[in-house]
Write a protein that binds this ligand. Sequence first.
Ligand SMILES: Cc1cc2nc3c(=O)[nH]c(=O)nc-3n(C[C@H](O)[C@H](O)[C@H](O)COP(=O)(O)OP(=O)(O)OC[C@H]3O[C@@H](n4cnc5c(N)ncnc54)[C@H](O)[C@@H]3O)c2cc1C
Length: 405
Amino acid sequence: MSSGRIAVAGAGLGALSAAERLRERGWTGEIVIVGDEPRRPYNRTPLSKQLLAGTRQPAELRLAAHRDVDATWVLGTSAVALDPHQRSLHLGDGRRLDFDGLVIATGTTPRRPGGIPFGRRVHTVRTLDDARALDAALGRARHVVVVGGGFIGCEVACAARDRALTVSLIEPREALLTGPLGPTVAATVTEQHAKAGVRLHLGTTVTRWEETGRGLRLHLSDGTVLKADAAVVAVGTEPRTDWLQASGVQLADGVSCDPTCHVIGPDGRALDGIVAAGDAATWPNLRFDAVPRRVEHWINAIEMGQHAADSLLAGPTAAAPFTPVPRFWSHQHGLRIQSAGMPALGTATVPLTGAPKSGRYVLGYTRPDQHGTEILVGAVALDAPRALIAYRDQIGLPLARRRAA
Ligand SMILES: Cc1cc2nc3c(=O)[nH]c(=O)nc-3n(C[C@H](O)[C@H](O)[C@H](O)COP(=O)(O)OP(=O)(O)OC[C@H]3O[C@@H](n4cnc5c(N)ncnc54)[C@H](O)[C@@H]3O)c2cc1C
């Protein structure tokens, strides 16, 4: 592709990163970015942390591109349908936007299970507006309940404790963050929350929600009834792909892509001229295996946006596979958690630096390949960010080779 119009569906980090890369690579044609939020891309990561703790203001979240992307921004408008063969997007305001290339970067939305009275007292966090509403609710609350012991739930619990609120956290597993990080790290994180005064209800679920004029009553599976002024539900996300249902592009927990970020069409082949990036995209990261997965990390949205732009310009045949080492961070009650790779794929763990008992360590996650060789698939550092750097480039390599290196 050398000239014409590239449309970008979604105006978040993945979109901005793709647009920036297109300009870096010399794309001189038009770029049109369509986003349903009323604002340009901003940093979501403080929404569950500093914004709620009051240490960062909304005005500080704006994301600036490193270079002028010279785009036409169509904000407050949804992409409602895609015709991949006509190469056109249909917008919520009735317009049709023809394109020569398309980047799909529409992110995710929080899961909202049925039976929960979402509204003034019960919140989810994805957008700045969500975080503002939650911030206001926390300002009126004395007791807040967090449902879900994943990253966002844990971070909201920290921020609420920083505001000296009573916080109860409900998680069906026996420890926090067990799913993404496994039992060893989960035990350290859980202990940290308990020390910080978070009231943990582990191994329990909410069986019934009641909202009265005075507040919430949550009935738990162990018979406990919790009274609260506000609640946050953080039980995972769903990719924003509803608008693609009729397009024929393949959808499976996200927009299905080939290893190069090209979107897979109705005939199972990569569509020339359409790529996807960020939280909404599922693709096989060949560093690990051929199983398509989504990666919901800040750094991945940047790197995948860049790679998708490169792939779009190169076309499906010449494009290279996107094989990153996924990375993310989280801060909880002063504990710094950094992760590289995909720890959740590990079937065993091995201490790489320090000892778990010390509370400051790097843990490796391994799984055997088809020959039985242990491959390092992830590493997590607790309060040891520098030590993690040494292992980052070893992800995807045999553990033995890593030791010899
Ligand atoms: C509260 C919170 C805290 C986080 N903390 C961390 C962290 O500490 N570390 C980390 O690594 N990651 C963190 N993340 C994840 C990180 O923010 C995401 O991985 C990143 O924002 C993904 O970027 P994206 O562009 O794919 O999606 P998004 O940022 O969600 O952008 C997608 C945009 O597209 C819009 N959109 C959706 N559908 C349409 C449509 N049909 N038409 C037009 N526009 C549409 C959406 O409204 C949104 O504005 C956090 C996320 C949240 C919500």
